[in-house]
Design a protein around this ligand. Sequence first.
Ligand code: S3P
Length: 177
Amino acid sequence: MIVKENHNIILIGFMGSGKTSVGELLAKRLSYQFKDTDQMIERKAGETINHIFQLKGEEYFRDMESSLLTELQSELHHAVLSTGGGLPLREQNARLLKKLGYVVYLKASKETTIKRLEGDTTRPLLRGEDLAHRVERMLNTRTPYYEKAAHKVVATDHKSIEDIVTIIMEAYMRNLS
Ligand code: S3P
């Protein structure tokens, strides 16, 4: 069953899948507020995600994601929430996301993902050699988690941000009616 009361849309997907750009436009179209878990965590910690990983490690960051999500349960209404790529991998987080709103998985192919992430320096998990292999391995592991966590999957390759927003809005409205 899809929870309708909260009027929230949650975007999940791999790094570089367009969650932030799609989320910002979607929020504008719906006159919803836009929120991004990575931005909220950086603001809270007063550090970049790169620094949090360096100073405290990945588990610490994952715990921050989980507690942020718990906090959002009581305060997220009429919002589009863009989530960090690893957030839905914890089962408890995935369960909370579905309670929080309509969960949309933005799915991009390996090729598109690699192209978008080339040269990126902001994501600690992509540091080091051989981006293509790393992305391929992570996508293989993560895709089943994203699919299970979502109410709706949108394939984004060769679609504009406008097109993706329209698809999500139509699906969301159908779900509300
Ligand atoms: C991560 C994705 C990042 C950020 C962190 C870890 C991941 O967010 O949360 O670097 O594990 O996939 P984006 O998906 O917004 O890049």
